[in-house]
Ligand binder design. Structure first.
Ligand code: SAH
Length: 240
């Protein structure tokens, strides 16, 4: 049996009881160092904790499958939700026809960041990752254009890293082709973890902000506004 478990944004208080119970049933837990570190205090000495390297995703799933077929209950951990830019898809592909895989959801960064900023996702929203490691930039830009054309609130995952310092600026320039620079926006670093930071801004200003891989940015729709210092997209309840 393999559990693919979402740990939520970081803090233990955002790990769901179901995720905790699934991890409790595992003999072996594998994941990136950051995520293993998050759960180590609770499970060290009681479980085999296996740190696996970045970019070793397929190998990690093959190892998980092998351990499972040897008779272990295996947990593969992702931050946030494992089905949102996480390990669930690749694990299901690798294990198909061999082993049962149970996906345990978690609080994804968009929801964690939105809650810190206020309530920007109260209406239709789109989620776009700016990582062009596995997706060509042309496709990312096309999706940003479509989300802007649809006037969605837009959550940006993987906004920046050392390898791609210009992606956030390029994304903002793409959105600015149709959206106003005054569009309300915000970003959160380390939502739900130590060092959490939240910033309100505008789409025009966001292009120049120094975000990193621990940040999620949210760009409002034309209806999104700042209310009492919080970012809010009205649901429409107050319309006559
Ligand atoms: N499966 C994860 C996403 C992994 S992609 C989820 O559902 O949340 C990695 C990106 O997620 C980061 O670059 C960042 O944009 C976002 N992210 C993950 N944890 C975060 C946190 N605690 N605070 C802000 N953004 C976070």
């Amino acid at each position: 049996m393999i559990y693919v478990v979402g740990l939520g944004p970081g803090g233990e208080d955002q790990l769901t009881p179901r995720a905790l119970a699934a991890l409790g049933r595992c003999d072996v837990i594998v994941g990136y160092k950051t995520y293993i570190d998050l759960i180590a205090p609770r499970f060290k000495g009681r479980k085999e904790l296996v740190v696996s390297p970045m970019k070793g995703e397929v190998r990690r799933c093959e190892d998980a499958l092998r351990r499972s077929r040897e008779g272990c209950t295996v947990g593969v951990v992702s931050s946030g939700d494992p089905g949102v830019y996480g390990m669930a898809g690749i694990m299901l592909e690798v294990a198909a026809g061999h082993e049962e895989v149970i996906v345990v959801p978690g609080v994804t960064a968009a929801c964690a960041a939105a809650a810190v900023l206020g309530a920007p996702l109260t209406h239709d929203f789109a989620v776009v990752s700016l990582s062009d490691l596995l997706t060509p930039w042309e496709l990312i830009a096309r999706r940003l254009e479509a989300a802007a054309a649809g006037d969605f609130v837009i959550c940006l995952y993987n906004p920046m890293s050392h390898g791609r310092p210009d992606n956030l600026r390029l994304a903002c320039e793409t959105l600015l082709k149709t959206k106003s620079p005054d569009t309300a926006a915000g970003w959160v670093r380390s939502a739900g973890r130590d060092g959490e930071e939240a910033h309100l801004t505008t789409l025009g200003e966001l292009a120049g902000e120094k975000l990193d891989m621990f940040c999620t940015a949210i760009v409002g729709s034309s209806a999104t506004k700042v209310v009492g210092g919080r970012l809010v997209t009205p649901r429409g309840y107050q319309r006559p």
